[in-house]
Design a protein around this ligand. Sequence first.
Ligand code: PA5
Length: 434
Amino acid sequence: MNIKVDFENVQISEKEIMKLDKSIKEFATDLENRSSKEDDFVGWLHLPTNYDKEEFERIKVAAKKIQENSDVFLVIGIGGSYLGARAVIESLSHTFSNLQSKDKRKTPQILYVGNNLSPNYLTDLLDIISDKEISLNVISKSGTTTEPAIAFRVLKEFVEQKYGEKEAKNRIFVTTDKNKGALKNLANEMNYETFVVPDNVGGRYSVLTAVGLLPIAVAGINIDELMEGARFAEEKYADKSLKYNECYRYAAIRNLLYRTGKTVEILANYEPKMHYIVEWWKQLYGESEGKEGKGIFPTGMDFTTDLHSLGQYVQEGKRNLMETVLEIVEPQSDITIKADEDNVDGLNFLAGKTLDYVNKKAMEGTIEAHVTGEVPNIKISLERLDAKTLGHLIYFFEKSCAISGMILGVNPFNQPGVEEYKKNMFRLLEKPGY
Ligand code: PA5
C-alpha cells in the first residue's frame, strides 16, 4: 500500500523547504487540537481510526442487499457528495464495467446523477433505467442542494411508481446530516434507512464516511482495506518533521513554487481509471484554497491523451505551471507488443516490450521535457492501484491540503464563494426570501 513522493524535479533547496518547518509544526498541532471538536471541520483527521463502527457494518449490510436486488444503483449527489466515491469506484473497477454483463460484473451498474441541471441527462437516465431493478442513495450533507434535490424528487417518484411506496423504502438510502435539513426531515417522515455525514467533516473531506463508503461498498470494493490504507497513512503522516513527512513536504513545496509565480498546478495521471481521482483532488484543493484572492488553481490532465491537446501549452505556454504526476508502479494487467514480419507500421523496435513499459517511458520523457520547459515536477508513485493504496492516497491529499491552505493563510475548511452563484440563481428563480 506504499506511496512514494519524488521531489527531485522541483529545484527548491532543502534550506528553503525547512524554513517552513516551524509553522507547519504549529499548523499540525492546531489541526490535532481541533480534530475532536464537534463544531469544527477537522473530524477527517482521525476518521480512519475514529469512525462509527456500527454504521460501518450497517453500510456493508445495505450494500449486500442492494447488490442482490438491483441492476442499477444511482448515486445522487454533487461535489464532495459524489466525487470521492466515483474516484475510488472508477479507479478500482473494470474500465468498461457498465458494459459488462451482470454475471461478469457481479455488482449493480453505478450511475451518477444530481451533479448537473441538464434535462437531457435526467431524461436519458430515466430512459435507460426504465426496465431495470433500481436502488438509490441520495447524498447531501446540507440536505438542500438544488441539483441532487431535484434529481431525487424525480427519481423518488420513479421508484415509488415502479415498486409502490412500501418497497421503495427498501430501495432508497439517504446520507445526510444527523439531525437537520430538508432531506433528514423527509427521511424521517418516509422512514428511509439513513447514514450520517458527521458534523465535523466537510463535504470534500467526506469520502471515508458513509458518503463515499456506501457507494464504494455497493461496487464490490473492500471498504475495510480502504480504511486500512487510510489508517496506515494517518500513522505515517503524523510525523511532525517536515524533513521526513512527505505529506507536509508536498504542502510546503507547492506553496514555495506558488510564491515563485507557479500559480497553476496540473495533476496528471497516465491511467484513465484515475480520471475521477483528479476530479476529486481538483475540488479538494480548489475549494479549500481558492479564496481571498489567493490560491493555486488546480487543474487536471489525463496523459498521454491530453499531451495531444494541451501538451503544447504545458511545454511552451505561460510559465506559471507546476505539475504533479500520479504513477502506478505495478499495473493490474499488461500487454506485450508482438513482432510483425512486415513491420509496415514500423513498430518492431517495441517488439517484446509491454504497453506499461511504453507508458512509463512516455511518462519519463514527458517529465524530462516539462522540467526542461520550466514546469517543476512532483511525482507521486503508488505501488499499485488497490483499495489500501487509495485509502492511503486519499488521506495523503486531505492532510496535505489542510496544511497547504494554512501555509497559504486561508481557512481550508470553508467555501463562502460557492454561495454567490446560488444567491443569484435563486433570485432569478424567484425562490422566496431571495
Ligand atoms: O465540499 C463541499 O462542502 C461542497 O462541495 C459540497 O460537497 C457540495 O456543495 C454538496 O453539498 P451537499 O452535500 O450539502 O449537497
